[in-house]
Design a protein around this ligand. Structure first.
Ligand SMILES: Nc1nc2c(ncn2[C@@H]2O[C@H](COP(=O)(O)OP(=O)(O)OP(=O)(O)O)[C@@H](O)[C@H]2O)c(=O)[nH]1
Ligand SMILES: [Mg+2]
Length: 327
């Protein structure tokens, strides 16, 4: 594979929208106040938010110190400035046996699909994985999870539709523990953050799990549809009020031009992105990398990705972008 990884490919729509705007606004010259302001506005095309846009341009302005630059330099500096605004995603670590992951989010965000992909990822690493059908609310939800589990070749712990989701979670933990499972992933029903009874159900799930172990769940992942952009901040606030969020999963990055919203989202909740979904297949889930994300946002892939050198193989003094910045 060339330099561009899957995250960068998933960002194609976002990057196309952004580069069109930025390059239309600036070719070469000094970054005057008017130019800075103009670019700041163009940055909003990818739903990065005003606060982040001005922070990026403040840093770029300070770095330019009034000198003449071209758009290639500008984009490189923007990528650098953006990197510093994002929390680093730590390497994944198991926190128990079983390590328990709780997936939450609004309806249709991509929770169940992501569980299938995650289960596949961990199973391919040789781990014993179990999933729990904690969405007892939506018709067909249990069968949907079971289909994913079948594809991956793992078991599903389930009850009937309408059953108490908290007891499913409780029983699933006991089953996982007794079977020596490494990773238990619990599905939950999609819920709007302002539906009190459903949010109560979620806090009950956590409370009941903690009867087994106060450290549970080890990972609470808020799944956000990338198309939601910054509106997901409101959703996140509702969920954050009832459960402690550990990280974000941004799905459908492949279909949206709002990929810049990742930054304000992380900053609002002070949590990293753990994973991004870039398609509907089992393998379309990528561990988030801050570095790859900022490159994918601002720097364009070469026409022939196969010819692009790996960053580690770059000659001294050369930056990856020297080879294929699309400017
Ligand atoms: N293109 C693309 N589609 C995705 C991705 N993740 C999920 N989807 C699609 O989004 C739709 C909803 O996914 P689900 O996994 O059912 O979402 P959910 O959050 O479990 O939905 P509810 O259980 O109804 O709340 C499905 O059609 C998925 O195929 C992704 O990363 N990229
Ligand atoms: Mg679901």
């Amino acid at each position: 594979m060339g330099f561009f990884g899957k995250i960068a490919r998933g960002l194609t729509k976002t990057r196309d929208a952004l580069l069109k705007e930025v390059k239309g606004a600036f070719g070469k010259g000094k970054l005057t106040d008017a130019v800075i302001e103009n670019i700041e506005e163009k940055l909003l095309a990818c739903d990065i938010g005003m606060d982040v846009a001005s922070k990026i341009m403040e840093t770029v302005r300070a770095r330019a110190k009034g000198q003449e630059i071209d758009s290639r330099q500008l984009l490189e500096w923007m990528a650098d400035a953006t990197r510093d605004l994002l929390p680093e995603t730590p390497a994944w670590q198991s926190k128990g046996k079983p390590h328990v992951i709780l997936m939450i989010g609004v309806n249709g965000a991509g929770k169940t699909t992501t569980i299938g992909k995650l289960a596949h990822h961990y199973k391919s690493q040789g781990k014993a994985v179990l999933v729990a059908a904690g969405d007892t609310f939506r018709a067909g939800a249990i069968a949907q999870l079971e289909r994913w589990a079948d594809r991956v070749g793992i078991e599903t712990i389930k009850s009937q539709e309408g059953a108490d989701a908290a007891s499913v979670a409780f029983d699933a933990y006991a089953a996982a523990k007794s079977r020596g499972i490494d990773i238990l992933i619990i599905d939950t029903a999609g819920r709007l953050h302002n539906k009190t009874h459903l949010m109560d159900e979620l806090s009950k799930m956590v409370r009941v799990l903690r009867k087994h172990d106060p450290a549970l769940p080890h990972e609470c992942l808020l799944v956000v549809d990338g198309n939601t952009g910054q509106n997901a901040i409101q959703q996140g606030k509702g969920f954050n009020a009832v459960v402690q969020l550990d990280a974000l999963v941004i799905t459908k990055l492949d279909g949206t031009a709002k990929g810049g919203a990742v930054i304000p989202l992380c900053r609002e909740f002070g949590i990293p992105v753990a994973w991004v979904g870039v398609g509907e297949d089992l393998t379309d889930l990528i561990r988030f990398s801050r570095e790859e994300y900022v490159r994918g946002l601002f720097l364009k892939d070469g026409d022939d990705a196969g010819l692009i050198p790996d960053t580690k193989a770059l000659p001294d003094g050369k930056q990856a972008s020297d080879f294929y910045l699309g400017v």
